[in-house]
Design a protein around this ligand. Structure first.
Ligand code: OGA
Ligand code: MN
Length: 248
């Protein structure tokens, strides 16, 4: 579900060329985070493209810090990403570890009552939910129109392995089918807490120029906190989805 390629000091162009072997690459729909030089590069970074450290209260840093909670990349798209490639260009010595959870294992381990709640149900994924969590740079009407909320099955089938996994993205989930808002939020919170168990998790401690490739169809990930005064530059490219998510 997660591949680690250590010691790959690749250019952005080489990262994109590698990514293109797996499909088309997403272009982020906001004019922040996306590289000005190469739009298929998504900059998970506290250093801007001119090399300046950004202030911790910069709205872009608020947005990036939401990745401290479990999520799957671009689950708010009608056809979510199949996988992401992340290059650690400058990494922190402490913190800033990326944790990946095996969502097939999470599903298998769910207590029966929780399993019943998610099976056959859909959750809504709304990019704009991020704006309800933190003060971010407001979306333009055009950006909002490009990413309307989508309903995704909470238990999905992997199109290649056939394996079922739990599919939630708590930072984007703002509604659950057939539940009132409080019930939906409580369910997502319970699931989010359940994921947080070492038995499901691979924790990556970054060394400079590690490149990771992960499958967004059966994992979630999150990053651990780090000192915002320390430079961290991660360049991601995101392999676009070709199909809608299939329920399992
Ligand atoms: C990402 C992401 C976590 C990190 O690139 O999609 O969530 O470790 N990154 O920076
Ligand atoms: Mn992510």
């Amino acid at each position: 579900m997660v591949l680690v390629f250590p010691d790959q000091p690749v250019s952005d162009e080489a990262l994109l060329a590698f990514g293109r072997h797996f499909g088309e690459l997403e272009v982020f729909h906001q004019d922040i985070i996306r590289s000005k030089r190469l739009p298929e590069i998504f900059r998970v970074s506290n250093v801007d493209e001119d090399g300046n450290l950004m202030a911790p209260n910069d709205p872009v840093q608020h947005q990036i810090s939401l990745a401290r909670r479990w999520h799957t990349d671009s689950s708010y798209r009608e056809k979510p990403s199949v996988g992401s490639l992340l290059h650690g260009v400058e990494v922190t010595e402490e913190g800033g570890e990326t944790m990946f959870a095996n969502m097939a294992a999470v599903l298998r381990a769910l207590p029966a009552d929780l399993r019943r709640e998610v099976e056959g149900r859909r959750a809504r994924h709304d990019f704009e939910n991020l704006h309800r969590l933190k003060p971010l740079k407001p979306l333009t009407d055009e950006e909002r129109a490009r990413m309307p909320p989508v309903w995704q099955p909470m238990v999905r089938r992997h199109p290649e392995t056939g394996q079922a996994s739990l599919y939630i993205s708590p930072i984007y989930n703002d509604a659950v089918e057939g539940m009132d808002p409080q019930g939906a939020a409580a369910l997502v919170e319970r699931l989010e807490a359940f994921i947080d168990d070492e038995r499901f998790i691979y924790r990556h401690r970054w060394r400079p120029h590690d490149v990771l490739l992960w499958d967004n169809r059966c994992t979630t990930h999150r990053v651990t906190p780090y000192n915002p005064a320390h430079r961290r530059i991660m360049h991601r490219t995101t392999i676009a989805g070709r199909d809608r998510v299939e329920a399992a």
